[in-house]
Design a protein around this ligand. Structure first.
Ligand SMILES: Cc1cc2nc3c(=O)[nH]c(=O)nc-3n(C[C@H](O)[C@H](O)[C@H](O)COP(=O)(O)OP(=O)(O)OC[C@H]3O[C@@H](n4cnc5c(N)ncnc54)[C@H](O)[C@@H]3O)c2cc1C
Length: 430
């Protein structure tokens, strides 16, 4: 039995990891010249670090368990600090404890206007939910920057149900409900000493000769041939018994067009935000507070947040060196990234200087662009996902997974891959 996995990002590699051992031949078809997708390491001034995702939610088991199972258990580390700030009105304010931006304690820089309003059954935007029940200031100065940090999206368009289920769970009076929540025990985020960009290579190494990974192999389409599949790639057409499509939604929409047209149509309706990460290395100790800061869009800055990487991760901390990274780009604002790399780095650095005061010139910098980086779970997103899943489930030997569906965070993406493989193996009678 031969199974193709389309896409060698985290979802595709995690799917291959699940399939290998049960299926004789697993072939990952990756369109670009490297595995990993949004997990990537780069050298910046001699420091090897993450220029894509850099932290994993530690409160779900999937990512931690996967790291352990591919030999990275010893590298797992907690973030050294998670005390973040909000940069608003020209000052840095410690981020109060919140439930996705709904304050669980007072914050002097935000006017909180609690009200109890029933939560409608149908999906609404995060903004509609928050504005009515906590006020515009909470929306603008807390919820927006937190959503911007995760989705690079806007509360006005993001789905309460799909993008902010923790908020919906707070019910009609979220401010009172948040104040009654206990601070969750244990660390929130985990990383890997050396960067979580090591995970793709470790996953691939763990596959050994139980699976093959092909680079520069773009999948263009699928067609059914009896009970088998013809997979059309940039290298030609090849037969497989089953296919797991683990590419982002636009590619998945094209690939599924002939075999699952309703799924294809729904996938084509999932937009993406383009983002960029600018990383700076300084050759001195800078006294920076906590793990970094987020910026509300109402403050009109180019950057939407900064991570003080050498504060956050002990493995990056070294006397006489400071590492910072800034993120730029929000959904619908691709023009804000349309500068060459040196200009974008200067724009980010200027904002960092505004926020932090005098900063020396960095000894090294790096700009990583993520065009179409983050799927937008707009109002009604889960309806689209239901359509995709129903249409794909009706086709034998076909599955989909990845960040486009039910969670963009690393543990959710791994869970999506595991669920897809479980369904596929059942389908194939394994
Ligand atoms: C800048 C940034 C920072 C992030 N930070 C965090 C974080 O700190 N913590 C966290 O939990 N999450 C974070 N995320 C989200 C998380 O990294 C992603 O949701 C996750 O890695 C996506 O994995 P994926 O496999 O679904 O998709 P991808 O990583 O996009 O992988 C898809 C793969 O499919 C390939 N492909 C596409 N089309 C084709 C085709 N036609 N044929 C063959 N191959 C194809 C692509 O080249 C790519 O390798 C971040 C995302 C970004 C962009």
């Amino acid at each position: 039995m031969r199974v193709a996995v389309v896409g060698g990002g985290l979802a595709g590699l995690a799917a291959a990891h699940e399939l290998a051992g049960t299926i004789d031949e697993v072939i990952v078809l990756e369109g670009s010249d490297q595995i990993g997708g949004k997990l990537r390491l780069a050298d910046v001034g001699g420091v090897r670090l993450d220029v894509g995702a850099e932290a994993m939610l530690a409160r779900r088991p999937e990512a931690i368990e996967l790291c352990q199972s591919v030999g990275l258990g010893q590298q797992l580390v907690d973030a050294a600090t998670t005390q973040a700030a909000i940069w608003t009105g020209g000052a840095l304010h410690p981020l109060p404890r919140t439930v996705l931006g709904i304050p669980a304690e007072p914050a002097d820089f935000v006017r909180i206007e609690p009200r109890s309003v029933p939560v409608p059954d149908e999906d609404v935007s995060v903004a509609d939910y928050v504005r009515e029940r906590a006020g515009s200031d909470v929306l603008d100065r807390l919820v927006e920057p937190l959503l911007g940090g995760v989705y690079a999206g806007h509360a006005e368009t993001l789905s309460l149900t799909a993008a902010a289920a923790q908020l919906k769970a707070l019910g009609p009076d979220p401010v009172a409900a948040a104040a009654n929540t206990e601070p969750a025990p244990g660390p929130v985020f985990a990383g890997l000493r050396g960067g979580i960009g090591q995970l793709p290579a470790a996953l691939t190494a763990s596959l050994g000769d139980r699976a093959e990974v092909r680079l520069n192999c773009v999948v263009r389409g699928l067609s059914a041939r009896g009970a088998r599949w013809d997979v059309v790639t940039s290298d030609g057409t090849e037969p497989f018994d089953a296919v797991v499509v683990a590419s982002p939604a636009p590619a998945a929409a094209r690939i599924l067009a002939d075999v699952a047209p309703r799924a294809s149509f729904a996938l084509a309706d999932i937009p993406y935000a383009s983002v960029a990460i600018a990383t700076f290395v300084f050759d001195r100790d800078l006294d920076l507070p906590g793990s970094g800061f987020l910026v509300p869009p109402v403050d009109g800055t180019a950057i939407k947040g900064a991570t003080f990487s050498s504060n956050k991760w002990a493995w990056l901390s070294q006397p006489g060196r400071t590492v910072l990274r800034a993120s730029l780009g929000r959904y619908g604002e691709a023009a804000s990234l349309q500068y060459d790399d040196p200009t974008l780095a200067q724009i980010a650095l200027a904002d960092l200087r505004d926020a932090l005061g005098t900063l020396p010139d960095p000894v090294a910098w790096h700009v990583q662009r993520w065009g179409g980086g983050l799927p937008q779970y707009l109002v009604g997103h889960l309806g689209k996902v239901d359509t995709v899943e129903e249409d794909v489930a009706a086709v034998r030997g076909l599955a989909v997974c990845g960040a486009a569906y039910r969670g963009i965070g690393i543990p959710a993406v791994i869970a999506s891959a595991q669920g897809a493989v479980e369904g596929l193996l059942r389908d194939l009678g394994h």
